[in-house]
Design a protein. Structure first.
Length: 80
């Protein structure tokens, strides 16, 4: 039977820090919340958003850019 690693010998945060870092980097890179939720084993994307939404500061900007282009607002200051 393997010996348990004493708590003081384990890195602080350990696996949880790696998991949190992975999730935040993936969202900042634009990965889908639905996909990330599946990879992390969350019961729904809402759970993932509850933990990591603050890592998505540009959420919505892709859609706004597409709509601005569609409406001919490209290159105009203030988008209008």
């Amino acid at each position: 039977m393997p010996r348990a690693v004493p708590r003081e010998a384990a890195p602080r945060g350990g696996f949880h820090v790696l998991r949190h870092t992975y999730a935040s980097v993936m969202l900042e890179a634009g990965e889908s919340v639905v996909t990330l939720a599946r990879w992390l084993g969350h019961s729904s994307p809402a759970v993932t958003l509850g933990y990591y939404a603050h890592f998505m500061p540009e959420a919505g900007s892709k859609g706004r850019t597409v709509m601005d282009g569609l409406l001919g607002r490209r290159g105009r200051p203030g988008g209008g």
